[in-house]
Design a protein around this ligand. Structure first.
Ligand code: MN
Length: 214
């Protein structure tokens, strides 16, 4: 199976906030794939450097975060009528909450959808999903690079764009699988709880499973 989900639009890199044109475009979009790049994996220690966005037409914007506030970005990220799609949204939601003071909502998490449907495997990485569900090979080479750099390299821009370009197609495929397995309602409930899961992470329960018996 081969599916080409390449964007025909060049990626736009902006500083600190969306411009008016992109804000308007995204507010009128059906859905918006979201990813973030940070200085590392510890949300409170490692600052948010980049927010990547891609709508259903493949229009990609990268916003480099240095100075606050970002009022245009906020209207988009918090717009109830534009569904956000993220892979392991829990991490992005906590980073966006902690570093930007914004809520990402409403959210579809492709990792949760994968865990609830692809029970025959424990491979739920974005690269695994893209390969299996879309027939797309993803290059993870720039994953650990300096995202706080003043000027991002062409490789970083390509990598950051690739992380959001496949999410809309993946969501459609995973939603179909959730429906097939009768787990759409359960998935929606889990995704609805995600903002509270991110709040628990920030409040000190990131390791502890409060649902566990022990
Ligand atoms: Mn990423």
């Amino acid at each position: 199976m081969t599916t080409t989900v390449a964007s025909t639009h060049p990626t736009l890199v902006l500083r600190d906030d969306l411009d008016q044109e992109r804000q308007q475009l995204y507010l009128e979009s059906r859905c918006l794939a979201i990813d973030t790049e940070t200085m590392g994996l510890k949300t409170r220690r490692d600052r948010l450097c980049l927010v990547q966005m891609c709508n259903e037409n493949g229009v990609i914007t990268l916003v480099q975060i240095r100075n606050m506030p970002a009022p245009r970005l906020q209207t988009v990220l918090e717009s109830e009528r534009v569904e956000k799609i993220a892979h392991f949204a829990r991490f992005d939601m906590a980073a966006i909450r902690h570093w930007l003071g914004m809520d990402l909502r409403p959210v579809f998490c492709t990792k949760i959808a994968s865990r609830l449907t692809r029970t025959f495997t424990d491979r739920h990485g974005l690269k695994d999903l893209a390969a299996e569900l879309l027939g797309v090979e993803m290059n993870k080479e720039q994953q650990s690079s300096d995202w706080a750099a003043e000027r991002l390299t062409d490789k970083q821009i390509a990598y950051a764009s690739a992380d959001v370009i496949h999410l809309v197609a993946l969501k459609e495929r995973l939603e179909w699988l959730l429906e097939r397995e009768g787990r759409l309602e359960l998935a929606r409930a889990c995704m609805g709880f995600l903002r509270h899961r991110a709040a628990l992470d920030l409040a000190g329960w990131e390791e502890e499973d409060i649902f566990a018996h022990h």
